[in-house]
Design a protein around this ligand. Structure first.
Ligand SMILES: NC(=O)c1ccc[n+]([C@@H]2O[C@H](COP(=O)([O-])OP(=O)(O)OC[C@H]3O[C@@H](n4cnc5c(N)ncnc54)[C@H](O)[C@@H]3O)[C@@H](O)[C@H]2O)c1
Length: 300
């Protein structure tokens, strides 16, 4: 049987690499477009290219693309505040470009990685998909605009709003996710800072669960809807710190600093829609996920 071809934009990134591995396991043929260089662990066709470029069309010309999983983005709230134009290019402009060629070359379905940031500071918890959207950062604005463009494009789509994704392979530099940052510093017994009192909480989802859901979206008939991808559980930054402190035998004490602009104090996403439509319950809880990360590090 001919394998279905899936263009994964941002496939050399954190969620992208896990998604590509899952696609290969499930019998799809992934093709990556990313501006990063190809690394040895990438085992599929690879175009080093900017997704905002007109050259993107060559990827569609040279391959019959059945599906697109669009992950390429500037995935940082703080960076988007510092560099709103870059955020606009890598998030909104990129999405318009990807949709334009997906339309022209008759892609069957596009999967888009949106974010809990589009709910801004939630009015109620857990946040379901009917919660109004709002913004506290350019990142939330361009992700929401991208969602709207995808709906407007006429393509069949699934828009996922991911909670906080964590797991092996996440970049710990710059404005990384809190798990990656804490993990890197605490495993090297370096000092860490907790913004605010640490009681802010999030819904953390393990990256392999996200990769599974991205691929399931190509295997089912569900289209044209927005779905939270989350565990529907809350973990405070202090709890996260305590789990890692004991798991990594960290001997220092965290220092508390000021809260950051654009940060959301409390967020938990309702995942009933995901469970019902996809018949899938994210399997890996935070303690298990962190334990897996520690094992992964020790095995290297
Ligand atoms: N990590 C999270 O917690 C989280 C939460 C919600 C949503 N998301 C979304 O999931 C997606 C993937 O996030 P990630 O954590 O894997 O980020 P990542 O930074 O690890 O991966 C993004 C990849 O996209 C590439 N990229 C960015 N702009 C590009 C461009 N213009 N052209 C070509 N390549 C480009 C980068 O080189 C990188 O490899 C993003 O859209 C992000 O907004 C992530």
């Amino acid at each position: 049987m001919v394998k279905k071809t899936v263009l994964v934009t941002g496939g050399a990134g954190f969620i992208g690499k896990h998604t590509v591995n899952n696609l290969i396991q499930e019998g799809f043929e992934p093709i990556i477009v990313d501006r990063k260089e190809k690394t040895e662990d990438i085992k599929c066709k690879f175009y080093q290219m900017d997704v905002t470029s007109e050259k993107l069309e060559t990827v569609f010309k040279e391959n019959k693309i059945d599906y697109v999983i669009h992950l390429a983005a500037l995935p940082s709230v703080a960076e988007s505040i510092k560099k709103p134009l870059k955020d606009c290019m890598d998030n909104y402009y990129a999405t318009v470009n990807v949709c334009t060629y997906s339309q022209k070359y008759n892609v069957k379905k596009i999967i888009f990685s949106s974010t809990a940031a589009v709910y801004a500071n939630p009015k109620y918890l857990p946040v379901d998909e009917d919660h109004p959207t709002d913004y506290l950062s350019p990142y939330a604005i361009t992700k929401n605009a991208s969602e709207n463009f995808i709906k407007f494009s006429g393509l069949d789509y699934i828009i996922f709003r991911y909670a906080n994704v964590y797991g092996p392979g996440q970049d710990s530099q710059g404005e990384a996710g809190v798990v990656a940052k804490f993990f890197e510093l605490m495993s090297n017994n370096k000092p860490i800072e907790i913004h605010g009192n640490g009681e802010q909480y999030r819904d953390f989802i393990y990256v392999e669960d996200v990769a599974r859901v991205n691929v399931l979206a190509l295997k089912n008939q569900i289209t044209n809807t927005i779905i939270n991808v989350s565990t529907n559980t809350r973990t405070s930054v202090n709890e996260l710190y305590q789990y890692l402190k004991s798991g990594l035998n960290y001997s220092l004490e965290a220092k508390h600093t000021e809260s950051r602009l654009g940060d959301i104090p409390k967020s938990v996403l309702d995942n009933k829609k995901l469970v019902k439509l996809f018949n899938y319950i994210p399997e890996i809880g935070i303690k298990e996920g962190l334990t897996k990360m520690i094992k992964d590090m020790n095995d290297k």
